[in-house]
Design a protein around this ligand. Structure first.
Ligand code: C5P
Length: 255
């Protein structure tokens, strides 16, 4: 099943995959499509339908648990970039070893929990050494955690303060980016400077269904808030025409 992905070039239906010559201004380099499905076949269908309207795909716990590293290898082999969203949180040695394996798989971005602490974050960065362009993203505070949930876990202070503290820690340990809600992005961008990667999920193009996302922003709002990348799932993957949906989002980002 996995091998099927190899046959879909990132440029669409051509025989050979085009070489990517990404320009910084290409909005496609800032769009990440979430492959929240359970089979390589379903993932393959989405990737084929999106064609060259997106370059980066997020493989999270669901698809990775169901299909394993083969799905990542196949995406990479077919010319796509992979954001491996497994949110590592373990002792430093284990995280470093896992990041080293992810680097071998050829992923371009991966997530760790900032709350794993400085030693763990530095170990993650160390594990990525073999792949200079691998971006380690730290999850500051899960956006599903509200004030009460944060306090319940023993952390005093506001969600915003905790997100800023975790972001500072991540940056000081050499992580190149964080995952944050668009709501927190402006303060984090001001704090972390123009080059830090800020990945923002919870995106809905104007007029589209919110699904289970409570606080959503449009692609343009996320970029204006300081996001360097946006993660979009269902508005693209469940669209009647995923390529057109992705292109509409790229237009909104560019504007
Ligand atoms: O389909 P949708 O656009 O809501 O998908 C969003 C993706 O971003 C999902 O993969 C989800 O797990 C992820 N995500 C999120 N909110 C967060 C962190 C991650 O929606 N706070």
């Amino acid at each position: 099943m996995h091998a099927l992905l190899n046959r879909i070039p990132a440029g669409g239906s051509m025989e050979t995959a085009p070489a990517f010559d990404l320009h910084k201004n290409d909005p496609r380099s800032r769009l990440i499509v979430a492959l929240d499905v359970s089979t390589a076949a379903a993932a393959q269908k989405i990737v084929a339908a999106v064609g060259d309207s997106a370059l980066t795909y997020k493989v999270g716990m669901q698809l990775y648990t169901a299909e394993g590293p083969g799905v990542v290898r196949d995406l990479v082999a077919s010319g796509r970039k992979v954001f491996l969203d497994l949110k590592y949180h373990d002792i430093p040695n284990t995280v470093q070893s896992a990041v080293r394996e992810a680097a071998q798989l050829g992923v371009s971005m991966l997530t760790v929990h900032a709350s794993g602490g400085g030693k763990m974050l530095r170990a993650a960065v160390e594990g990525a050494r073999s792949k200079a362009d691998l971006i380690i993203l730290a999850v500051t505070v899960l956006t599903s955690l509200d004030q009460a949930g944060l306090n319940e876990s023993g952390i005093e202070g506001s969600v915003e303060d905790q997100a800023q503290r975790m972001a500072r820690l991540a940056a000081s340990c050499g992580c190149q980016g964080i995952v944050s809600s668009a709501k927190e992005a402006p303060a984090l961008r001001a704090q972390l400077g123009p080059d830090f990667v800020i990945v923002t999920p919870g995106i809905r193009p104007a007029g589209s269904a919110h699904g289970d996302q409570a606080r959503v922003v449009t692609p343009a709002e996320a970029i204006a808030a300081g996001a360097s990348h946006i993660v979009v799932g269902r508005p693209i993957t469940e669209a009647a025409n995923p390529a057109a949906a992705a292109r509409a989002i790229l237009d909104q980002m560019a504007n």
